[in-house]
Design a protein. Sequence first.
Length: 328
Amino acid sequence: MLKKSGFCQKSGLLVLLWLVLLLTVGLAAQAVVVTHQTRTRGLPEGFPAPVAEADVPILGVNVALEQYDDEEGEELEAALTRIVEGGFVWVRQSFYWSQIEPEPGHFDWAVPNRILAALARHPQLRLVAVLDDRPPDPPADPDRFAAFARAFAARYGDRVDYYQVWDEPNLAAHWGGGPVNPPAYADLLARTARAIRAADPEARILLASLAPTVETGPQNLSDARFLEQLYQAGAAPYFDVVAGKPYGFDTGPDDRRADEAVLNFSRLLLLREVMVAHGDADKAVWASQWGWNALPPGWTGAPSIWGQTDEPTQAARTVAALERARAE
């Protein structure tokens, strides 16, 4: 009886140990699942194959190369050399309709000629040509803007592969003072994309970069809601890449909250979810502008609407954000 009792005690202990082990493994597995879901917001593992324009260099810079207008071109050349030395590949440059075509049918190609010629001397750089206007009012005649875009593509299509149609149409400041109008932008995009592709069949069209905002209209509209309404308006065939601006604001790149009420680096997940919901998972979403704001020491002006940090934190967050982008 003593031996049997001892055996039972040992058996009970083994069962208990197995239960503890299984519970520990189960909790660990659950922790992995929760961590994964937090990291990916429940999206499928990895990208479906293939995703167009996903396997591209990730480093780029937004530029205003028109400011370098010395006759010798040395300032422009120096600027591009610094970009190359910094390890950047993409340059995102705006070309303004009202500057290039100040009167209907009368084109002044001097600025884009100078920029494109300089870029040709640095073949490792890739241009995203943003076709926009200044002031950023929506065209009264979308067909005229589309004609301008076609003329641009016909002239530079052998040197430009990526065209972006407008910028931040979900903000009143970039849509004639508002209210914003997703169907109207969808119409502008469709006309312009058809015109560009007619002149440059190999063109890749980027959706206008959508600004991060938690507002719900009518003046400014959440980037995710604006994208949803673009799909409802039938815009999907007219862009190859979705673009957003996931500024970090007040938190670092490890802030994984993907919430329409939160402005952070994870905000592109909201756009991705809209794309997946509309069967557009085979397209990529690009971050055309992102980062953290660091004002000079002793700044006494107005606080930044983009959040504020110091330069060491800015640098650390930038590096961490690039590591996250490469990993995910």
